[in-house]
Ligand binder design. Structure first.
Ligand code: ADP
Ligand code: MG
Length: 703
C-alpha cells in the first residue's frame, strides 16, 4: 500500500490503453487498430508486428519478462500460460527480447484439459486463443514478476467456443446490429454503434487466514459444510453500511490501488448485510471489458487478502444462516455518441423510443426467463436463490410506480397521457434541505429491476463470470429488436404501427411485471398462476440451454451452435456432480477424522467425570444427561456418515452426466444434510476446547 497514492496519476499506469497506443504506435497503425477495434476491418500481420513490438517495449520498460494469453475457459475462472520474451541465444550466448504480431494475435494452449463437454477428445489437443483487441492488455505484478497479460478468446481446432468470451463478443455483435435498426426507425442516422454497458457490483466475505487454514471445508470447497449458528447473526442490521473495520479498510485501500493501476474503476465500497460481508462496485464499462474487469477484481480481491493474512471468500453461500453473496449485473444500451436507450427522460409517456425498447426487454425476459435463470445457475447459487434473501428463483421485472402507471394507461386507455412526477421529500427539520425525490422507490427483492436508466439483474452468483448473463441479455433483446424492426420497417404509417406495437408488447408481456415483495409466499403462488417458470435449482435450469426455442434464438444470431449448446449443458451437469462430490467427500473427511474423534474424547471426559463423581457418592445427573445427548447425536452422525459414504460410492458409478447430477442433487445432498444436522447440534453441546476448528462466530466476527 502506498501512503501518498496519486489516483489521477496512477490510474491505468499498467494498462496498454488508448493513451499509450496513441502516443507510441505509428499513426497509420494506430488508425488501423482503432478500425479493427470497431470491427470495421481486420488487422494486417504487418500492423500486428508493429503493435506487438511497441507493446513489448512498453512492457519491458515496466519490468515485464513474460507475456500471457489470458482467457476464460468454462471453469468459471481464468487461465493463462506464461512465455518469456527471450529469443534463442545467439552465437555469443546473448539473447534479445522479442514479441511478434503472430504471438500477439494467436496462441495455442493445449485444449484437452479444459472442460469441453464432449466437444473434444483428449487426444485432440489443439485449441487457439485469439486476441480481443477491444479489451486492453495490462501488466500484472506479483510473485512471478511482471507479466504482460493479453485478453483473449479461446476456441477449439474446429472453431467451437470453449470459453465465456467468444459468445459474449458474438452477442454484442448481434445486439449492435439489431439495436441500430431500432434507432434508425426513429430517424437517428448519426449513431454508429450500440454497445451494452455493464457495471458488476461484487459481494464477498473476508475471514482471517489463520482461522481459514483450520477449516478443511473452506479450503476444499470455499464454503462451510459444518457450523452451528452463532448467538448473533445479522438480525440487528448493524453491519450493513456500518463503519468499516481498520483491518478491512487497509485491505480495501490496497485493493483499490491495485485495481486503479490496472485501469479498473473501483468506485464504491461498503459493508454488506451479513457480518464479515462487503461489496465493491466499479464504474460501468463496455460489456466485454466489464467482464474482464470483474474477473480481475475477483483475482485482486483474493490476492490482496492473502497479503493481509486474510482470505476473500467468493462463494455464494459460505455460511448458513446469514446472507450469501451475489453480483448485480447492471445493464444498459449505449450508442457511440452517448445516448442511453434505457433513459426514460422526465416524461416517459412521451418517449416513444424508450417505451418501445422497454417493451422489447419485457418481451425478451418473458419469452426467455428460463435462459436468464440458467445463466445465473451454479452450484453455490443453489444455496442462495430463493432462500429468503437474494432474489427469488422466479424471474420477474420490477419497473416501479411511474412506468407501471404509463404501461397501465396504454393498456387500459390505448394511450398514455401523463407520467407521475417526482415530488419533494420534506425532512421536517429546518436545518435540513428538502430533497428532490426519485419518481419511483426501489425494490430489492426483484431479480430484474429497472433502476432509473438501466436494468439490474441480481441473480448472478458472486463467484461466477458475468459473461453468461450478458450473453443471454444481449441475445434475447437482439431477438426482440429484430422481430420488432422486421415489422416496423415495413409499416405504412410508422407512428400508428409503433403505437400499436408498444401496446401489444405491454399487453402480451405484462405478466412478467411484479412490483411487490418477491420473497413472499403469495408471490410464488401468484407467479405459478401466471405461468411463470419457477426453476428451483441448477440441475433443473440446465435443460433451458438446449430447447428448440434456445437453439433457434442462438443459431439465428450465430451466438452458439447446437454443438456448443449441447457441450455447455454437459459441462454444467458435470460441474454440478463434481462439485457436490467434492463437498460430500470433504464432509466425510472432516466428520471421520476431526469431529467424531473430538466428540469421542469429550465423551471420555464425561464418562470419567461420571465415574469420579459417583465414587464420591453423588449422583452425576447432569453429566449423564449430557453424555446421553452427545452419544445420541454421535450415533446419528456415524449412521449418516456411513450412508453418505455409500451414496458417494454409488454416485461414482453413474456415467451419464445428467443422471449423475440428479443423483447428487437428490440423494447425496440429502445425506449431507443428515450428517450436518447432528454435527451442528454437537457443536453446541461439546466443550469448545474439544471442537476441532473455529466456529462461525470466530470466523465472521473476529477478523
Ligand atoms: P445502484 O445504487 O442503483 O446500485 P449505482 O450508481 O451504485 O446504482 O450503480 C451500481 C452499478 O451500476 C455501478 O457499477 C454503476 O457503474 C452501474 N451503472 C450505473 N449506470 C449504469 C448504466 N447506465 N448502465 C450500466 N451500468 C450502470
Ligand atoms: Mg445496485
Amino acid at each position: 500500500m502506498k501512503e501518498n497514492f496519486n489516483v489521477a496519476e496512477e490510474f491505468g499506469v499498467d494498462v496498454f490503453n488508448n493513451h499509450v497506443m496513441k502516443l507510441r504506435l505509428p499513426k497509420n497503425v494506430y488508425k488501423n487498430l482503432k478500425s479493427a477495434m470497431e470491427g470495421k476491418s481486420e488487422l494486417s500481420l504487418e500492423d500486428a508486428d508493429s503493435i506487438a513490438n511497441v507493446m513489448k517495449n512498453w512492457a519491458v520498460e515496466k519490468g515485464a519478462t513474460h507475456f500471457t494469453h489470458w482467457f476464460q475457459p468454462l471453469t468459471g475462472s481464468t487461465a493463462e500460460k506464461h512465455d518469456s520474451f527471450i529469443s534463442a541465444p545467439d552465437s555469443e550466448g546473448r539473447i534479445i527480447m522479442e514479441f511478434s504480431g503472430k504471438e500477439l494475435i494467436k496462441g495455442e494452449p493445449d485444449a484437452s484439459s479444459f472442460p469441453s463437454g464432449g466437444l473434444r477428445a483428449t487426444f485432440e489437443a489443439r485449441g487457439y486463443t485469439a486476441w480481443d483487441c477491444t479489451s486492453p492488455a495490462f501488466i500484472r505484478h506479483d510473485g512471478t514478476g511482471a507479466i504482460l497479460v493479453i485478453p483473449t478468446a479461446f476456441c477449439s481446432y474446429t472453431g467451437e467456443a470453449l470459453d465465456q468470451k467468444t459468445p459474449l463478443l458474438r452477442s454484442m455483435d448481434a445486439i449492435n446490429e439489431q439495436a441500430l435498426r431500432i434507432v434508425r426507425l426513429f430517424g437517428n442516422t448519426s449513431s454508429k454503434t450500440v454497445t451494452p454497458s455493464v457495471g458488476a457490483e461484487q459481494e464477498y466475505f473476508i475471514v482471517d487466514r489463520d482461522k481459514y487454514l483450520q477449516r478443511k471445508d473452506l479450503i476444499y470447497t470455499g464454503r462451510t459444510l459444518f457450523g452451528a449458528s452463532p448467538a448473533k447473526g445479522q438480525e440487528l442490521d448493524d453491519h450493513y453500511f456500518g463503519v468499516i473495520r481498520e483491518r478491512i479498510g487497509e485491505f480495501m485501500r490496497d485493493v483499490n490501488q491495485e485495481l486503479w493501476k490496472l485501469g479498473v474503476s473501483a468506485r464504491t465500497q461498503h459493508n454488506e448485510v451479513a457480518p464479515g460481508q462487503h461489496e465493491l462496485a466499479p464504474i460501468y464499462a463496455q460489456c466485454n471489458i466489464a467482464t474482464d474487469n470483474n474477473q480481475l477484481t475477483m483475482e485482486i480481491l483474493k490476492k490482496v487478502a492473502y497479503h493481509h493474512n486474510l482470505v476473500c471468500l467468493l462463494h455464494e453461500k459460505p455460511f448458513e444462516g446469514v446472507n450469501g453473496s451475489g453480483k448485480h449485473d447492471n445493464w444498459s444500451l449505449t450508442t457511440d455518441d452517448g445516448i442511453n436507450l434505457l433513459n426514460p427522460g422526465k416524461t416517459p409517456h412521451e418517449n416513444i423510443q424508450f417505451l418501445l425498447v422497454l417493451g422489447a426487454v419485457m418481451k425478451a425476459v418473458d419469452t426467455h426467463s428460463d435462459l436468464l435463470r440458467e445463466s445465473a445457475a451454479n452450484v453455490g447459487n443453489d444455496q442462495r436463490l430463493g432462500a429468503n434473501e437474494a432474489p427469488p428463483a422466479i424471474i420477474s421485472i420490477f419497473l416501479g410506480e411511474q412506468l407501471e402507471d404509463v404501461i397501465n394507461q396504454l393498456i387500459d386507455k390505448g394511450d398514455a397521457t401523463s407520467s407521475i412526477q417526482k415530488g419533494k421529500l420534506h425532512t421536517g427539520a429546518s436545518a435540513l434541505p428538502d430533497l428532490n425525490k426519485d419518481a419511483t422507490d426501489r425494490n430489492r427483492t426483484s431479480p430484474f429491476a429497472f433502476t432509473g436508466n438501466k436494468f439490474e439483474f441480481r441473480m448472478v452468483g458472486s463467484s461466477d463470470s458475468i459473461a453468461p448473463a450478458n450473453v443471454v441479455l444481449n441475445t434475447i433483446v437482439a431477438e426482440s429488436f429484430k422481430e420488432i424492426a422486421d415489422e416496423l420497417e415495413n409499416a405504412e404509417d410508422f407512428n400508428m404501427a409503433v403505437h400499436d406495437m408498444i401496446k401489444k408488447l405491454f399487453t402480451e408481456h405484462q405478466r412478467i411485471l411484479f412490483n411487490g415483495n418477491g420473497y413472499s409466499e403469495e408471490w410464488a403462488e401468484e407467479a405459478h398462476r401466471r405461468g411463470l417458470p419457477d426453476i428451483k435449482n441448477m440441475v433443473d435450469a440446465i435443460p433451458a440451454l438446449t430447447t428448440d426455442k434456445a437453439l433457434k434464438l442462438y443459431e439465428q444470431f450465430g451466438v452458439f451452435t447446437k454443438t456448443e449448446l449441447l457441450s455447455r449443458a454437459e459441462i454444467k451437469y458435470e460441474a454440478y456432480k463434481k462439485t457436490v462430490n467434492i463437498e460430500a467427500k470433504s464432509m466425510l473427511n472432516i466428520s471421520s477424522k476431526q469431529i467424531i474423534p473430538a466428540v469421542i474424547s469429550y465423551t471420555t471426559e464425561l464418562a470419567n467425570s461420571i465415574a469420579a463423581v459417583s465414587e464420591a457418592g453423588i449422583e452425576p445427573t447432569t453429566q449423564k444427561a449430557i453424555l446421553a445427548d452427545v452419544t445420541e447425536n454421535l450415533n446419528a452422525m456415524y449412521k449418516a456418515q456411513t450412508e453418505l459414504k455409500e451414496a458417494v460410492e454409488k454416485g461414482a458409478t453413474i456415467t451419464d452426466p445428467k443422471e449423475a447430477a440428479h443423483f447428487f442433487r437428490d440423494t447425496v445432498s440429502a445425506k449431507m444434510k443428515e450428517l450436518r444436522d447432528p454435527a451442528d447440534r454437537l457443536e453446541m453441546i461439546v466443550d469448545k476446547e474439544y471442537w476441532p476448528f473455529p466456529s462461525y462466530g470466530d470466523l465472521i466476527f473476529e477478523v
